[in-house]
Design a protein around this ligand. Structure first.
Ligand code: GLA
Length: 419
């Protein structure tokens, strides 16, 4: 089941009362798009995402015992757990919630690893601290209109909604940036997907009609106005998600790390002191040519994409500042080319959708978006041509693949909040 977005708060409140005889607190956490800067987040580069008009709605209320009762409205499925021992559910959706619970519980314990590592600021339950963590069980009902598997970060939205809801419900005083880190850690450690910080950051920090230019190393960010006159952002959903998506994602991440190791090891032979480079953010194309290409051609290809993508994003931001959307759009096509040929995270359906629009003068830019291997392309389309284009491409896509593509017109909305 999927409802129109405006129906979710009411549907969730009703289901909540029916199941738990309680009124919930309701949180909205949006999905995201990303204009440019793909796979750069875990390489400490920049990204340019925005929160969108598709969201998860999550209702929450306290219980008298230590049980956690979860209900997914769209799947008509439930899961029960306890706050004492957080274990994997054996299904996917409950783990996004439980992973966040586990991370918040760690903020209260002795083994506060994230705090010790300086990754987050907040510890819970210390002396004079009124917030003692998750002190009782709780009930959750959630649902929303972010299509799962479409690369719009429905999982990050569910994690952010959970972190925000628990923070409100138990008065934990966790900052927004720490909620982002907790959500990312839940996905990395509990779900096992080694994602970067972009999706959770965008879901939490989104601002209406603005992009977020995020430096993934310092976590400094600024909101960029983005309301283009006469241009629409259309997503074309391939409706495919190839099964290697998360294993290939983790593999790409390892290949990038290998590239950094090779640069560090080789460059230290030339210089007296080993260079502490740490990430591809500080690596140049010249270094890759000299130190990586001769040793590992595949790693060289992967790293070349990342290093050029980080530069492309910075130039793309200048284009936007100069109101040069045509130059920006060209860079989106270049990003697609790199993701497809060098980083090899595209697939034939995504390539087809970009090929079908790339010579159309009404499409300023297009590329695959997100992790890859399925999901959506993002297209900047002249407003007057948008409806006709969507219809034409849908027909061609159906003929070539046999699949009905979906089209979403994106509006940029605010990030996670109580409604
Ligand atoms: C997924 C991950 C993000 C990011 C993108 C690719 O969405 O969750 O962290 O790496 O892929 O840019």
């Amino acid at each position: 089941m999927s409802l129109p977005q405006s129906d979710y708060p009411k549907a969730i409140a009703e289901k909540f009362t029916e199941l738990f005889n309680q009124q919930p607190l309701i949180i909205r956490a949006p999905g995201r798009i990303n204009l440019i800067g793909e796979h750069t987040d875990y390489n400490m580069g920049f990204v340019l995402p925005a929160a969108i008009n598709k969201a998860i709605y999550l209702g929450i209320g306290k219980r008298d015992d230590n049980e956690i009762h979860l209900y997914a409205l769209d799947y008509d499925d439930d899961h029960k757990a306890t706050t004492d021992a957080i274990v994997r559910s054996g299904k996917l959706w409950p783990d996004y919630v439980l992973g966040v619970v586990e991370q918040i519980k760690m903020l209260g314990g002795e083994g506060n690893r994230m705090h010790r590592m300086g990754r987050i600021d907040r510890m819970l339950g210390g002396e004079n601290d009124s917030a003692k963590g998750i002190t009782t069980g709780f009930n959750v009902v959630f649902g929303g209109d972010i299509p799962p598997g479409a690369g719009l970060s429905s999982s990050a939205a569910l994690e952010c909604a959970t972190a925000y809801a628990l923070n409100e419900l138990f008065g934990l005083g966790i900052s927004k940036i720490d909620m982002v880190k907790i959500s990312q850690a839940a996905e990395n450690e509990f779900v096992g997907m080694k994602c970067g910080i972009m999706d959770q950051f965008a879901s939490m920090f989104g601002k209406k009609d603005h992009l977020i230019r995020l430096d993934c190393r310092s976590l400094e960010y600024n909101h960029f106005p983005f309301k283009l006159k006469d241009v629409k952002v259309l997503l074309f959903d391939t409706r495919v998600k190839h099964s290697l998506a998360s294993s290939a994602y983790n593999e790409r991440r390892e290949q990038c790390e290998e590239g950094v190791r090779l640069v560090e090891a080789q460059s230290s032979k030339l210089e007296a002191q080993s260079q502490n480079i740490g990430s591809l953010r500080d690596v140049t194309e010249g270094m890759l040519l000299e130190f990586v290409k001769p040793v590992n051609e595949l790693v060289y290809k992967r790293c070349t994409f990342i290093v050029t993508e980080i530069q492309r994003l910075l130039k793309g931001c200048e284009d936007l500042e100069n109101n040069d959307i045509v130059a920006f759009g060209k860079k989106m096509y270049e990003t697609h080319e790199g993701l497809s040929k060098l980083y090899e995270v595209s697939c034939k359906e995504l390539d087809l959708l970009v090929d079908l629009v790339k010579d159309d003068p009404n499409v300023l830019g297009a590329r695959m978006m997100g992790g890859g291997f399925g999901g959506c392309t993002i297209n900047l389309v002249k407003e007057e041509a948008a409806a006709d284009l969507a219809e034409r491409i849908s027909k061609k896509y159906k003929v070539e693949t046999g699949v009905e593509m979906l089209v979403y017109e994106v509006r940029i909305e605010r990030g996670t909040c109580v409604i």
